[in-house]
Design a protein around this ligand. Structure first.
Ligand SMILES: [Zn+2]
Length: 257
């Protein structure tokens, strides 16, 4: 028979081991009945990131994409880039060529894209047009482009693959790539954002995929902290509120649950 002291020490060690094992298991929820847990709310994402008013080249949370970008220098948030590295590698092994044609975009880049479209659609006379005509032009542009300050591309979590032409995605390579992405991307955290079957919002975009483990919080923080006063500094910004851009174009996606 074991001495009582040894028995009691062994019980304590066994108990500690069981607690440690349990804490490391998937079922552990940090129940405070075992030991006090320090829980803190994650910091909200800074407004500059949500609005694209920062330089990813010098931001410590961002990393450059170097191996599968179609052109120019591109950045993503580090964790999104790591997940994308793995996704692209698996794609290669499966005979699917994935490359990124757009990743993080700044407010200034989005403003350039936006105002070029405004100028084209209004023959350069947007400011002189009546408000309802301005709203009509903006609605058309919003089919495929976000207002500056409201683009998910500001966040460093979203990418466009291969082509922004629907014709490409209707072709053989596009169909095969899309089927492969639908089967495999979610395992790596990437989901189709502008899916079919939503009411309103931006049109269906088979090329646009989002790293939801990060972008879900970006969207939550966006809705919680950004007001229409923050969406300023480009042609048509004064129409953002009455056109309900935040609920209609940002919240209106599956990833906001
Ligand atoms: Zn996109």
């Amino acid at each position: 028979m074991m001495p009582e002291v040894y028995n009691s020490r062994a019980r304590k060690i066994l108990c500690l081991l069981l607690i440690l094992l349990w804490q490391n298991s998937a079922g552990y929820q940090g129940y405070a009945c075992i030991m006090p847990m320090v829980t803190s709310e994650p910091e909200p994402v800074p407004k500059e990131i949500l609005l694209g008013d920062f330089d990813p080249a010098t931001h410590p949370d961002f990393a450059q994409i170097t191996e599968y970008n179609a052109h120019q220098v591109m950045y993503l948030q580090r964790d999104a880039k790591l997940a994308l590295d793995s996704l692209v590698t698996l794609a290669e092994q499966s005979g699917i060529r994935l490359y990124v044609i757009s990743a993080t975009r700044s407010f200034q880049t989005q403003k350039r894209i936006w105002e070029n479209k405004i100028a084209t659609k209004s023959s350069g006379s947007f400011a002189a047009l009546p408000r309802n005509r301005q709203a009509g032009i903006i609605r058309e542009i919003l089919d495929y482009s976000a207002m500056p300050g409201t683009s998910r591309h500001h966040w460093g979590t979203d990418v466009d693959f291969l082509s922004v032409e629907l014709a490409f995605w209707r072709g053989n390579t596009g169909k095969k790539t899309f089927a492969w992405l639908s089967d495999n991307a979610p395992e790596f955290g990437f989901e189709l954002v502008y899916s079919r079957g939503r009411e309103g919002g931006h049109n269906y975009e088979p090329w646009h995929w989002s790293y939801v483990p990060l972008s879900h919080k970006m969207l939550e923080d966006y809705v919680a902290t950004i007001s229409y006063d923050d969406i300023q500094g480009f042609s048509g910004a004064d129409l953002a509120e009455e056109m309900e851009i935040i609920p209609r174009y940002l919240q209106n996606i599956f990833a906001y649950r």
